[in-house]
Design a protein around this ligand. Structure first.
Ligand SMILES: [Zn+2]
Length: 212
């Protein structure tokens, strides 16, 4: 599934003559990592008006998919923030359709999240990148201790503010995971995500995490 861009008529904020340009409307980050970089750098759908040379963002709807991070983001125009309830309904409807068409070949087992504007998308992608980087350090620290590494479901990890990788417990119970997480933390690794995960696993009635 390739990323998609379409030619559109754009108008700069200074009210110059409209012009034609290609605007990305679907981003598959796994296939086009350079577009993920463009999101992080603020260059995605950034246009320059040919008349007044003003740079501006094409602020219209787009979909961002990063299968590895378990991330599907519907980005709505910043102008439509007031219509959030209506747009959430539209998102669920569109998502149900996309699952039967565009995403049919993929095994998406995570639901979409909704943001407004490219700044908010950048923030979500940046946070996921940080989670990935910190998770890799956790996996390395666990392996250095001779512990097995478990890969958590990205959706579960995001919902529980947890890393993508943790040390696997001796058994598949929450307390087993908590013990293994403490071992890694005691080795000197600084990881707020793992510390939070340990607390979640130590909580009363905690369930073991969803693993892949
Ligand atoms: Zn202009």
């Amino acid at each position: 599934m390739k990323s998609l861009k379409f030619q559109e008529t754009l108008s700069c904020p200074n009210g110059c003559e409209p012009f034609e340009a290609d605007r990305w409307s679907f981003i598959n980050a796994a296939q086009n990592p350079e577009l993920k970089d463009a999101v992080l750098g603020g260059e995605l759908n950034l246009f320059c008006c040919p008349q007044c040379n003003t740079f501006f963002h094409g602020d219209t709807d787009l979909i961002y998919l990063d299968e590895q991070a378990g991330l599907l983001v519907f980005v709505f125009s910043d102008k439509n923030r007031a219509n959030k309830d209506e747009l959430l309904k539209k998102m669920e409807h569109d998502y149900a359709q996309l699952k039967d068409t565009l995403f049919k070949q993929m095994n998406l087992d995570f639901g979409p999240i909704c943001v407004f504007g490219l700044e908010e998308l950048k923030e979500v992608v940046r946070k996921e990148q940080e989670r990935t980087d910190e998770s890799e350090a956790i996996a390395a620290a666990a392996a250095a201790l001779g512990l097995k590494v478990a890969r958590l479901h990205p959706r579960w990890a995001r919902e529980h503010d947890s890393p993508l990788y943790v040390a696997a417990g001796a058994d598949n119970t929450a307390s087993g995971y908590a013990l293994a997480a403490r071992k890694v933390l005691e080795s000197g690794l600084q990881s707020p995500l793992l510390a939070h995960f340990a607390k979640v696993m130590e909580g009363g009635g905690a369930q073991a995490p969803e693993v892949l």
